[in-house]
Design a protein around this ligand. Structure first.
Ligand SMILES: Nc1ncnc2c1ncn2[C@@H]1O[C@H](COP(=O)(O)OP(=O)(O)OP(=O)(O)O)[C@@H](O)[C@H]1O
Ligand SMILES: [Mg+2]
Length: 268
């Protein structure tokens, strides 16, 4: 099982869209995927058509393990979900001990069984939840818009990831920038990609996510891009991203359920 965090301290860079559609692409590729919404705003939970859960049925329970309550896992058509609750917001005031960054890792290792990939969606800030996500992860994807401020924000996020890797989680072996909402006709978009490539080399994913209206529309009504239009640019781009992610970890076929009839590249 691998754990993958999608994070960027900057807002609106495509984190939740990436969490949803990368997870869907992995699931359609035959992998069993669990998504944990760690953003107190709970947009992923809402975008997947889920109502606000009881606190005891939310991802907050990962951080309140002394209560001994395991949030039920919601089975969506493509992947499974532990939803977020606004209670995460107030609870973070209590999570101030140095060891409070270890809860998610502990929960995933001891309680989450039967998945190939766990995807953690995070808020646009350095919070105890995003640090927990980094401490629990093998792989981090930093979605970045090819514009000035988002690129600076992504570089700052990269530094945070590297610090967590060094001090808290040597198992976090892969950290990659992912360009999102790319418009190939814009010269500055190409220039920012070149800039990050020259500075960070292979830590910039080959795959990019192009601007795609279907991605923004489908995320509003509980569907993934594969439900709305599997031939949309966004569907193809996230399938290619899933292939790239899988290639890092030799997840050749589902280690949980065996190869499914969907296994293999979605698009070749
Ligand atoms: N490739 C894309 N093409 C077009 N629109 C996109 C694309 N990716 C994301 N969007 C849109 O951009 C907006 C921000 O995306 P998203 O919510 O995924 O970002 P986020 O980083 O999770 O935001 P936040 O920091 O608020 O959590 C949304 O309206 C989403 O539909
Ligand atoms: Mg989000």
């Amino acid at each position: 099982m691998i754990t993958l965090t999608v994070c960027n301290h900057k807002g609106g860079t495509g984190k939740t869209t990436t969490s949803i559609n990368l997870s869907a692409a992995l699931a359609l590729g035959g992998y069993k995927v669990l998504v944990v919404d760690l953003d107190p705003q709970g947009f992923l939970t809402r975008m997947m058509g889920q109502p606000e859960p009881e606190v005891s049925a939310s991802s907050l329970m990962l951080f309140e393990q002394e209560l001994g309550v395991k949030p039920p896992i919601i089975q969506l058509p493509t992947f499974d979900l532990i939803p977020s609750s606004p209670a995460l917001s107030t609870a973070q005031r209590r999570l101030t001990k140095p060891t409070d960054v270890l809860w998610a890792k502990e929960y995933i290792q001891s309680e989450i069984k039967g998945y190939d990939v766990v995807v953690l969606d995070t808020a646009a800030a350095v919070t105890v939840y995003s640090l927990n996500a980094l401490v629990a992860s093998d792989l981090v994807v930093i979605p970045v818009l090819p514009e000035y401020q988002p690129v600076i924000g992504a570089e700052q996020t990269y530094q945070t990831v590297k610090m967590v890797q060094k001090k808290l989680n040597p198992g976090l072996t892969v950290c990659r920038f992912l360009f999102t909402m790319v418009d190939g006709r814009k010269r500055n978009h190409l220039a920012y990609r070149k800039y990050l490539r020259e500075k960070y080399g292979e830590d910039v994913l080959n795959g990019i996510i192009r601007t795609c209206t279907t991605l923004s529309v489908s995320s509003r009504d509980g569907r993934t891009v594969y439900d709305s239009n599997p031939t949309a640019r966004g569907a193809i781009d996230y399938a290619n991203l899933a292939d790239e992610v899988i290639s890092y970890f030799n997840l050749e076929e589902s280690q949980v359920s065996g190869p499914s009839s969907h296994a293999g590249p979605l698009y070749s």
